[in-house]
Ligand binder design. Sequence first.
Ligand SMILES: Cc1cc2nc3c(=O)[nH]c(=O)nc-3n(C[C@H](O)[C@H](O)[C@H](O)COP(=O)(O)OP(=O)(O)OC[C@H]3O[C@@H](n4cnc5c(N)ncnc54)[C@H](O)[C@@H]3O)c2cc1C
Length: 345
Amino acid sequence: MSRNAHVHTLEVVEVIKETDEAASLVFTVPDRLVDDFRYHPGQFLTLEIPSKRTGSVARCYSLSSSPHLDDELIVTVKRTAGGYASNWLCDNVAVGTALRVLRPSGVFVPKSLDADLLLLAAGSGITPIMSIAKSALLGGTGTVYLIYANAEAGAVIFGAELAEMIVEFPDRFQVVHWLASERGLPTVDGLSELLLTYEHYDTFVCGPAPFMAVCRAALREIGTPDKHVHVEKFQSLTGDPFADISVPNAGDAESATATVAIDGRSMEVDWPRETPLLDVLLARGIDAPYSCRAGECSACACTVRSGEVRMLKNDTLVDADLALGLTLACQAVPVSDRLDIAFDQ
Ligand SMILES: Cc1cc2nc3c(=O)[nH]c(=O)nc-3n(C[C@H](O)[C@H](O)[C@H](O)COP(=O)(O)OP(=O)(O)OC[C@H]3O[C@@H](n4cnc5c(N)ncnc54)[C@H](O)[C@@H]3O)c2cc1C
């Protein structure tokens, strides 16, 4: 068993009530962890939430803070009706609460902050979008157009902050608030009308599944190429990415041999037949990317350049990904005796 080096404990230094249903948790990062917690706008933290029933559950929360503006890390949690973790966080976290947290992760990140950005958010989906908007306005040069849908005015998170940003960046930032109480739920026709001249913008979409479906249809309608559209799905993790890592001792299990290229380095590793590659790398102290450790996200995706692997579970890679040789390091076990694997391809 070896300690999971991605797990750290952070303290909450402020809780901000954003709306009746949402609160922001502000974490301070001690000097020794500053490098571990550097992040890109759009990325998320994974929090461990104590539970009497199961010991703990893990949930991802996008950072609403901007690395261009905020010293602290801020996540914004909206209550899910009947949900365990979101309600626990909103009801129990106070100044001084310490939580176990995984380092920032995620690929819902603009390639360039200088690009023109179209941002489509609904409800708590504003969280990563807020980080992207603030970062682009402060650290980039492009235009940012945000459409933000909510049930009614009282549900709008960051309303005052958005209003201030419009005043500060009148030529570069435009916001349309779509309130269902006034104009009904967003429709494909209604959104297409608002989006008509934005088909060349780099587009980021985050919100409940029905909202994302309407956005995708509207973007298709106006001719936005799929490669310009990035989506972040909010869903609860089912696995335990905080668990310690268990890898058989050398010689105790039959192993394959893999050459692994990561972060510009290449190394040879013994890969026990029944152990996922991610666990092998983490146990050796290699800083491989990951988030869920349950085959549900694609943060640990890597390319099998030669050899064959088998995935224990795959809820995220589609046929086109598999055809490219992608696999999930958290689920991949070796079939061949020799393999060549590359991250960051
Ligand atoms: C990349 C990403 C970013 C996200 N960002 C945000 C964000 O910025 N803001 C936001 O609000 N949400 C965000 N989410 C969603 C968030 O992770 C949760 O899915 C959401 O808060 C709902 O979780 P919940 O536990 O409250 O509800 P549920 O997922 O509905 O919880 C129910 C689950 O918990 C179990 N459960 C219920 N009671 C208990 C108990 N006592 N002990 C143990 N288990 C129990 C149930 O069996 C069930 O499986 C994000 C998700 C992802 C993947």
